[in-house]
Ligand binder design. Structure first.
Ligand code: AVI
Length: 322
């Protein structure tokens, strides 16, 4: 697999965004994309196999069961571009079904080089599938894949695992609009969305008894300590997962257990936190199955088909660019 490198964000992009979030008036925030450094990505892989977190298994089940039908609905030839691959494991079924119909190209787009390498190890053996990895942000990578497509070739974009749920709802529509602008009529998007379910089940999924999700969340402070020479004392913070019924999302926060001061030396920032004040680190929005076609329509897609998992409410929706 040949990785194409995209322009790397400015080296101080991390510091700038961290400081902007921590100095926001009112609720302090940290961007959830920074949860996924090497340790955070490994912890997330563990979350995916926790008994309380059924999301990834539902996604995999649907792709495993319906890959041939999904592929049968695509106009060929098609190049597959995946936004954020993780290990790439769940994409295997789709690529194998596609390879049975026609040799094709698979373009994983990942900000993390190690995830791209993992993806190559996982999927490199599928005959008739050539892999061209793109290292960079999703939309920039997708623009490059689209620019290199051959005449008559369609694109299938994969956005699996309900990553769309980590966007605020208006931002989710805007993101899908951006994806649509890169595509042509007849291209498609396979979108995974986690669906609404009882709050108790959601809370257990995002606050597991082993404390893996807590470690995943706290690692963001540990990362800031490592990369910005900061002195967050992790024992003075607690992981908090709470349901927001208005946004229909699980919010993850880090709660300060006491009044304290933290210094981010490399960013020149000193921060005061009150007892019980929280830093908001992630939102995980849940959708109703019927809401996905409405969301898609706002972005210029038509919902061609949808597959639902019965065990853990989750939807895989095939959206066609109109
Ligand atoms: C990546 N994303 C879809 C996960 C989710 O469920 O929203 C991230 C996650 N955060 C805590 N657990 C899992």
């Amino acid at each position: 697999m040949q990785p194409h490198s995209l322009p790397v964000p400015a080296p101080d992009g991390f510091a700038t965004e961290i400081c902007a979030g921590l100095t926001r008036p009112g609720q302090k925030e940290l961007p959830s994309k920074y949860l996924y450094d090497e340790i955070g990505s490994a912890l997330f892989e563990t979350i995916c196999v926790l008994p309380e977190y059924g999301l990834t298994r539902a996604d995999v089940r649907l792709l495993h069961r319906h890959a041939p039908e999904i592929v049968s609905r695509l106009p060929l030839p098609v190049t597959v571009a995946e936004l954020g691959t993780g290990s790439g494991r769940k994409t295997r079924w789709l690529l194998e079904a596609l390879a049975r119909r026609r040799p094709s190209c698979y373009c994983p787009i990942e900000i993390s080089r190690s995830a791209l390498a993992m993806c190559r190890r996982e999927l490199g053996d599928i005959e008739a599938i050539s892999i061209v990895g793109y290292e960079g942000e999703y939309l920039e990578g997708l623009a490059q894949v689209a620019a290199r497509r051959r005449d008559g070739e369609h694109l299938l974009v994969l956005f699996l695992g309900s990553t769309i749920g980590n966007f605020e709802r208006p931002a989710a529509v805007e993101f899908l609009c951006e994806v649509r602008r890169t595509l042509r009529a007849g291209d498609s998007l396979l979108l995974g969305t986690d669906l609404e379910k009882p709050v108790s089940q959601l809370l257990a999924a995002y606050d597991d008894p082993l404390g893996i999700t807590a470690a995943f969340n706290l690692n963001l402070l540990a990362r800031i300590n490592r990369e910005l020479d900061a002195d967050f004392e992790l024992t003075r913070f607690r992981h908090l997962a709470r349901y927001n019924p208005v946004a229909r999302s699980i919010e993850m926060h880090l709660r300060s257990t006491c009044r304290q001061t933290v210094t981010l030396h490399a960013a020149g920032l000193r921060l005061a936190l009150d007892k019980d004040e929280t830093i908001w680190t992630e939102s995980c929005h849940k959708y109703a199955a019927g809401e996905v076609s409405l969301l898609a329509a706002q972005a210029g897609f038509r919902c061609e088909a949808q597959w639902l998992d019965q065990e853990w409410p989750f939807a895989e929706s095939l959206l066609m660019a109109e």
